[in-house]
Design a binder for this molecule. Structure first.
Ligand SMILES: [Zn+2]
Ligand SMILES: [Zn+2]
Ligand SMILES: [Zn+2]
Length: 161
């Protein structure tokens, strides 16, 4: 018997089909619980959460119990783009997504495959090709072109990304 409950509102989770997967979803808040490997399966990636850049954050949102094993989860960025924060269990490696987050992750993953990546610095007003010679040695961040535009940055005249 599956007695998994929603970490947000304690409602019993219900098996819900998504693409070719059977996931546990909360009928109350629309959140989703994904066992280890399921998010990677949906996205066609190697990892559920990017292990290099999905840095751990000390965020109060992660202080809820894992629906799978009861361990306190940790909030992490899904990817280096820092758009979507997810709760991940450090013990069983399942991932909890709030209602809109799966859609946002799918959107980000689509953009990542189809949009150019550009390089920016903390204070710079321009975005660059990742190999632009004007970029400093350190403090460079790689983001999606659409994110650079959202931040109001303009294209570098030297490398013309
Ligand atoms: Zn819920
Ligand atoms: Zn767990
Ligand atoms: Zn440049």
């Amino acid at each position: 018997m599956d007695h998994r409950r929603c970490p947000r509102d304690n409602f019993p989770l219900t098996p819900t089909r998504f693409l070719n997967l059977l996931m546990d979803a909360c009928p109350q808040c629309d959140g989703t619980w994904l066992d280890r490997g399921e998010l990677a399966q949906i996205l066609g990636t190697r990892y559920d959460v990017d292990p290099r850049h999905g840095l751990q954050e000390d965020d109060p949102r992660g202080q809820v119990a894992c629906p799978g094993c009861g361990t306190r989860m940790v909030a992490r960025w899904f990817s280096p783009h820092k758009r979507v924060k997810v709760d991940r269990c450090p013990a069983c490696f399942g991932v909890w997504l709030d209602s809109h987050e799966l859609q946002e992750i799918l959107k980000e993953s689509y953009q990542e495959k189809h949009e150019p990546q550009v390089a920016v610095t903390g204070k710079g007003k321009r975005y660059h090709r990742p190999d632009c010679r004007l970029l400093p040695e350190s403090g460079v961040e790689t983001i999606l072109a659409s994110q650079a535009l959202e931040r109001g940055l303009t294209a570098c005249r030297t490398c013309q990304p």
